[in-house]
Every structure is written in structure tokens, then in C-alpha cells.
Design a protein around this ligand. Structure first.
Ligand code: UDP
Ligand code: MG
Length: 160
């Protein structure tokens, strides 16, 4: 990969939350990211300690749902991943859909796989700053794998 291509590569933290694991949806959700052409750069199956869940959602501290979302995220194992692509953060947010399944659009992950107003299957970073913060919570730099996908020129091809 050229230096220019590397600069264009953005990373985002994706977590398949406890309900995705218990409802056997991990494979189908991961397929959405693979089908879109994003590159998996790191993955870890783990139970998030409560203290780490608090740091993860620190931006929401003081909001009425804070204690509830900390409990939800730390209640059971999750699959934590880093996905990489040019525009990975926005692409992933579009794949995920609105925050809860009850009003997320059909065709999105949250829209297709749930209708809860409390559990929503997946977390995705919402900005480059939060992606850097969140990736640092779960992964050491040497755990992020650097490689090129064999078909990336076809997936990302341009005519100019
Ligand atoms: N959340 C909740 N109740 C709310 C808003 C959010 O339980 O009213 C939880 C939900 O799990 C959500 C997380 O808190 O994914 C973070 O909220 P945010 O608004 O950042 O939503 P997201 O970025 O995940 O779409
Ligand atoms: Mg958010």
C-alpha cells in the first residue's frame, strides 16, 4: 500500500454488543461489513469490565441512560473489532442505522435485526476523535494488523 493510501485509511471501533452474541447475529452483522468492502484490522472477544464500560461511554456520563448502558455493555461477552477503510466511520454509521431498532431504517443493521428501545446490537465510533479514544481503550498499537486486501483495487476503484 502506498503512503497516500495509508493516510486515507480511517479506522473505527465496532462492538457487537451482548444481544448480538446471545441472538446469534454476529456472523450476519460481520457479513455486512465484509460485503461493503471494509477491512478487518483487529478483533477481540471479551467481557468488558464495568470500569472500562464507564470509560467507553464517558461522554454520556450524567445522562439518564448512562448507568443502564454501562450495565448493558458489561453484562456479557462482546466482540470488539477495528474496521478500516477510507471513510470507515461514516460508512459504518450508515450500515448501523439509527440508535434503536424501533425507528432504524430497514436495510440497516439495527433496522433489520431488532426493534428494541434499549438494546441495539452494535456500537460504532462517531468521529475520528472518538475512534482514536475507543480503539486505544481496547487495543495496543501492535494488535492492529496492517495488510492489504487482495481485491481492494476493484472495491475502491475510481475512473479518474
Ligand atoms: N442509549 C440508551 N438510551 C438512550 C440513548 C442511548 O440506552 O436514550 C444507549 C444505546 O445503547 C446507545 C448508547 O447508549 O448505543 C450510546 O448512545 P448514542 O446516542 O451515542 O448512540 P449511538 O452512537 O450508539 O447510535
Ligand atoms: Mg454514539
Amino acid at each position: 500500500m502506498s503512503a497516500c493510501e495509508q493516510i486515507m485509511q480511517e479506522q473505527t471501533l465496532i462492538i457487537l454488543k451482548p444481544d448480538a452474541v446471545h441472538r446469534h447475529k454476529m456472523g450476519r452483522i460481520i457479513s455486512r461489513f465484509e460485503d461493503k468492502g471494509l477491512k478487518l484490522a483487529a478483533a477481540k472477544f471479551m467481557q468488558i469490565p464495568e470500569a472500562l464500560a464507564r470509560r467507553h461511554y464517558a461522554v454520556h456520563e450524567g445522562k439518564p441512560f448512562f448507568e443502564g448502558v454501562v450495565k448493558y455493555l458489561s453484562s456479557s461477552p462482546v466482540l470488539v473489532m477495528v474496521w478500516q477503510a477510507e471513510g470507515a466511520i461514516q460508512i459504518s454509521r450508515k450500515l448501523m442505522g439509527a440508535t434503536f431498532g424501533f425507528d432504524a431504517e430497514p436495510g440497516t443493521i439495527r433496522g433489520d435485526f431488532g426493534c428494541s428501545r434499549g438494546y441495539n446490537l452494535i456500537h460504532g465510533s462517531d468521529s475520528p476523535q472518538s475512534a482514536a479514544y475507543e480503539i486505544g481503550l481496547y487495543f495496543k498499537p501492535e494488535e492492529i494488523v496492517d495488510y492489504s486486501l487482495a481485491d481492494q483495487n476493484w472495491i475502491w476503484g475510481r475512473n479518474d
